[in-house]
Design a protein around this ligand. Structure first.
Ligand code: SF4
Length: 294
């Protein structure tokens, strides 16, 4: 078992390295498409700089952004994977090691006493989202969530009687009030649910994990995503707030059935620097990174 532990740690350090230094291919392609569509010269310059920056980061093995984010692990734990209880400890060690090796900016600050732990770990950091699934593999998506794009996240415990208008109002208000703060072009994740934290968790998963350009499988939701994307891009905030056609690269919506008396709408932004990487490890220690990157 110690051998599997070592292989898991090696896999997770590499997963963090890929996420932090190599932009996912779907994001890179969406940024290139935005450059073709955009006609504001300043916005175009910024998109060119973003693309060049991402290409250099991949080539040199350096972080895509100086804010190397809050570490989040989305885990699909096969019920027969042997190291179940150890995963948190090994993943936390992997964050420490990646912080030292890549290196990453230390971002874990004590909210009461102040002070930075210096290694991107601390109370409830890294953050874990674990789903138990059939099989014996451990599948992991690592996400480094930028602070600037997290800061304007919004939760609206809206009036149920207003129905879907709640979604329109909450999303557009959130985008206007965020302005350039989340480093547009952004991906806007929207979660609708019974409980507040459920709406934000659903919104975050939609913003962070779903590939750009992929629509929700339910046609009404897919249509709402398209319409909201058009509405957001008609606001003219533009790349880094310099105006233009492209404020959002995509809108991803998901929902849970709500309580009759609640209509929670969560909005979570992801900046253009979407740092995510996915892979798996098997009980014999074989691992592979499956997501595609530049
Ligand atoms: S919001 Fe994103 S792009 Fe902006 S500084 Fe933070 S990580 Fe970097």
């Amino acid at each position: 078992m110690p051998e599997l532990e070592a292989r898991l740690r090696e896999f997770l350090v590499e997963l963090i390295r890929v996420a932090e230094t190599r932009l996912p291919l779907d994001v890179y392609n969406a940024l290139k498409k935005a450059l073709e569509v955009e006609d504001n010269p300043i916005a175009k310059q910024h998109l060119e700089a973003i693309l060049r920056n991402s290409e250099l980061a991949a080539k040199l093995g350096k972080p895509i952004c100086q804010d190397t984010g809050t570490p989040v692990f989305y885990i699909r734990l096969g019920e027969e994977f042997p190291l179940r209880a150890k995963i948190y400890e090994v993943a936390t060690e992997a964050v420490r090691e990646a912080t030292r090796l890549i290196p990453l900016r230390p971002n874990a600050v004590n909210p009461i006493r102040g002070g930075n732990t210096g290694d991107n770990t601390g109370r409830h950091i890294p953050w874990f989202d674990v789903e138990i699934v059939p099989g014996d593999r451990l599948e992991v998506t690592f996400v480094a969530k930028g602070g600037g794009s997290e800061a304007p996240s919004t939760l609206n415990m809206a009036l149920p009687i207003r129905g879907i208008r709640n979604v329109w109002e909450t999303v557009l208000k959130a985008v206007v009030s965020a302005g350039p703060k989340p480093c547009p072009p952004v991906v806007v994740g929207v979660g609708i649910a019974a409980l507040g934290e459920q709406a934000l968790a659903i919104a975050r998963k939609a913003a962070l994990l779903r590939p750009l350009g992929e629509r929700h499988p339910e046609p009404e939701i897919a249509e709402l995503e398209e319409k909201l994307l058009d509405a957001i891009n008609s606001l003219g905030i533009g790349v880094h707030g310099f105006g233009g056609k492209i404020t959002a690269l995509d809108v991803h919506i998901d929902y849970a059935h709500r309580h009759p008396a609640t209509y929670a709408v969560g909005v979570v932004f992801n900046c253009w620097a979407i740092r995510r990487a996915t892979g798996y490890i098997t009980p014999d220690g074989r691992w592979e990174i499956t997501s595609k990157h530049i």
